[in-house]
Design a protein around this ligand. Structure first.
Ligand code: SF4
Ligand code: SF4
Ligand code: SF4
Length: 343
């Protein structure tokens, strides 16, 4: 069922559904949004945001560094409190399909990731604008969520359209029922018009930046293996790893051993980056991807060939964070556009 929420009741509604939980919400600063933690939804400080925040959502469920355990103490961390994330955009939401596959659909599943996913309530939101680097429709996505949320909120000029996407979301809507009314057809039509219009705009800006919507990126990347394209772009790459670390779908990690503060043998799990020279190095010094061009190709091969093969989706949702973060000013839209052009 779809509900209408009056524009003036958004703060009351979000306060009601988030009470008693850790809140992660967006704050605006210098034209960007940042995901910050608070004890409650705070009117005036927090916003639903027009587009995705700087930090990828993955930081909440696949943390940059996690203490796994030490000799004699296997689960040192306190049990995670339930939290609610408000304002999640579709690029971050769809990235969770990749993380779920990697950390849950394998044997054994990752217990830390599973706990974080179970304890995280997701309140997503349609985008009402896009950053210049966004290109979600060019990778088969769109600037609004279709699934994977507990509750989704679509802003329109005449009120918010609110929808539950899970049993947990339905319970929350029941709790805040006094703020909601049944949505009418006019509001639904307005939401659909907004969605179509923004999708068209993001598609057009992707095309202006070299990447047309609807191209077969899998075929283009597979055909480009060993091509000059990778040598050319690798000339600008300084192996900083920023593209990997900022990426909402990248999930590679390193298990590192050391000494804990209790002076015991301990192990941590921390983010890794496949652009680092020694990422693929093995004992004895062999390195199957010694050259930067090979590592650059490997990143694209994983995203546009391997994941379509095993999961049927690209491991890129067009958020454009890597474009903004790249020290060498490599633009993924230009790389993919050239691969398509050279098909
Ligand atoms: S990539 Fe798409 S979903 Fe993500 S912020 Fe941009 S427009 Fe929204
Ligand atoms: S590869 Fe770039 S555009 Fe694609 S999901 Fe990762 S950061 Fe976003
Ligand atoms: S962010 Fe750019 S320069 Fe840094 S590793 Fe990635 S492609 Fe190379």
């Amino acid at each position: 069922m779809m509900y209408k929420l009056d524009i003036t009741r958004l703060d009351d509604f979000l306060s009601a559904i988030s009470t008693g939980r850790d809140v992660f919400a967006l704050e605006e600063s210098a034209g960007q949004y940042h995901l910050t933690r608070a004890d409650s939804w705070q009117p005036g400080r927090h916003t639903l945001g027009a587009f995705r925040q700087v930090e990828p959502l993955k930081t909440l469920v696949f943390r940059p560094r996690e203490f796994l355990g030490e000799i004699g103490r296997s689960r040192p961390e306190a049990v995670m409190p339930e939290r609610i994330v408000i304002g999640v955009k579709n690029c971050d939401l769809s990235a969770l399909k990749i993380h779920d596959h990697v950390f849950l659909n394998t044997e054994p599943a990752d217990p830390l990731y599973r706990e974080a996913r179970e304890k995280t309530i997701i309140i997503s939101c349609d985008c009402s604008a896009a950053r210049e680097v966004c290109f979600c429709p060019a990778v088969g996505e769109q600037p609004y969520p279709k699934a994977g949320f507990d509750i989704n909120i679509s802003p329109t000029e005449h009120g918010y359209l609110v929808e539950a996407g899970s049993a947990r979301g339905r319970q929350l809507l029941e709790k805040a029922g006094k703020f909601l009314a049944a949505a009418d057809d006019a509001l639904l039509k307005e939401r659909d018009r907004n969605r179509r219009e923004l999708t068209r705009k993001v598609c057009a800006q992707a095309e202006q930046n070299g990447l047309a919507c609807g191209a077969d990126l899998r075929r283009a990347v597979e055909k480009s293996q060993g091509g000059k394209i990778w040598d050319d772009f690798a000339l600008d790459c300084v192996e900083c790893g920023a593209c990997n670390l900022i990426c909402c779908t990248c999930h590679c990690f390193l298990l590192a051993d050391g000494e804990s503060k209790n002076k015991a043998f301990a192990r941590v799990k921390q983010w890794d980056a496949c652009l680092y020279k020694n990422f693929a190095a093995v004992a004895g010094g062999a390195n199957p991807r010694r050259h930067r061009a090979e590592r650059l190709y490997n990143r694209f091969e994983k995203k546009f060939s391997f994941f379509p093969e095993i999961l049927g989706i690209y491991a890129c949702d067009g958020c454009g964070r890597c474009v903004e973060a790249c020290t060498g000013k490599i633009d993924i839209r230009k790389v993919l556009g050239r691969a398509v052009h050279e098909l």
